[in-house]
Write a protein that binds this ligand. Structure first.
Ligand code: G1P
Length: 298
């Protein structure tokens, strides 16, 4: 079954404890890279891949996300009165068509697999994408669009993949592959979530972009806990392979930032700021001044 992918699930229920105290009252997905919240990057990427239905799996304390994607009539009136057309256009990128966005609560933090499963009734019998907003990917063609194009040929399940050094493998879902060739599409024969150091089957890590068949939801119905006592999406995808259905790793083109960590978030901020025409001169000059000073101080 090869169909167009029009639905995407955004698991956004996490507490974001690594960014406390900020995340005490601000959902981490609202934290900004330059001037756009992380979630806006994820939504824009989904839109560019042809996604038209957006399903957020949220939790308590995430209502700022719902407000973010709502219309803002007072702000709009103010901008129009002042003829701030460019800002009006920016504001409109946060607007969603009526009925295009749905919010579902994950009542308990039982893992990524469980979060995705919470969306099962809205997914129904269709392939769907999953985007983890913590993984921000800067690319000429957005990562999910690269994947939907490749998926049109492969069908089955597809996960974004990237090489990571040995010592980082325990932080990821890791692919077991026949051979780690340089091909964009890699046939996967197994997957393991967060393998202990030294036991990873390869250096190919799963990055937070997935295209999945509804069969994965059926597997998640079992509610079996895996690594860390959580219901893992990785385990449910691995089951697909066991059932003889294809799973493909897609080595995307682009640079990925781990915005779930402070260092990654800062790297993304610097990189996105330097890529912005309105900031690159001033910010670039600032960096070129402070970097030598910091080096000298070492
Ligand atoms: C999740 C997935 C993991 C994947 C990672 C990518 O882990 O469970 O398989 O490699 O995202 O960022 P988390 O970062 O939520 O612990």
């Amino acid at each position: 079954m090869k169909r167009r992918v029009t639905k995407a699930v955004f698991p956004v229920a996490g507490l974001g404890t690594r960014f406390l105290p900020a995340t005490k009252s601000v959902p981490k997905e609202i934290m900004t890279l330059v001037d756009r919240p992380l979630i806006q990057y994820a939504i824009d990427e989904a839109r560019e891949a042809g996604i038209t239905e957006f399903i957020f799996v949220t939790s308590r304390g995430k209502s700022a996300l719902e407000d973010y994607f709502d219309n803002a009539p007072e702000l709009e009136a103010e901008l129009r009165k002042k003829n701030k057309d460019a800002l009006m256009e920016t504001l409109k990128t946060t607007y969603m068509d009526s009925g295009a966005i749905a919010y579902i609560r994950q009542h308990k933090p039982k893992g990524l697999g469980h979060a995705v499963w919470c969306a099962r009734r809205l997914i129904g019998d269709e392939p769907f994408a999953v985007i983890l907003p913590d993984d921000v990917i800067a690319a000429e063609k957005p990562c999910l669009a690269q994947m939907t194009e490749a998926y049109a040929e492969t069908g089955g399940c597809m996960v974004a993949a990237m090489r990571v050094p040995d010592e980082k493998t325990p932080a990821y879902g890791i692919l077991d592959v026949e051979a780690d060739t340089l091909d964009r599409k890699i046939s996967v024969r197994g997957m393991v979530e967060k393998p202990p150091l030294g036991s990873a089957p390869s250096n190919l890590a799963v990055i937070g972009r997935y295209i999945l068949t509804p069969d994965v939801m059926n597997t998640l119905n079992d509610g079996k806990a895996g690594a860390g006592g959580e219901i893992q999406l990785t385990d449910a995808i691995a089951k697909e392979i066991a059932h003889g259905r294809p799973v493909t790793g897609y080595r995307f083109e682009g640079e990925r930032f781990d915005c779930g960590s402070k260092a990654g978030f800062l790297q993304a901020t610097v990189s996105f700021a330097l890529a912005r025409p309105d900031l690159s001169d001033e910010f670039g000059r600032f960096l070129s001044e402070i970097v030598p000073v910091a080096r000298a101080a070492e």
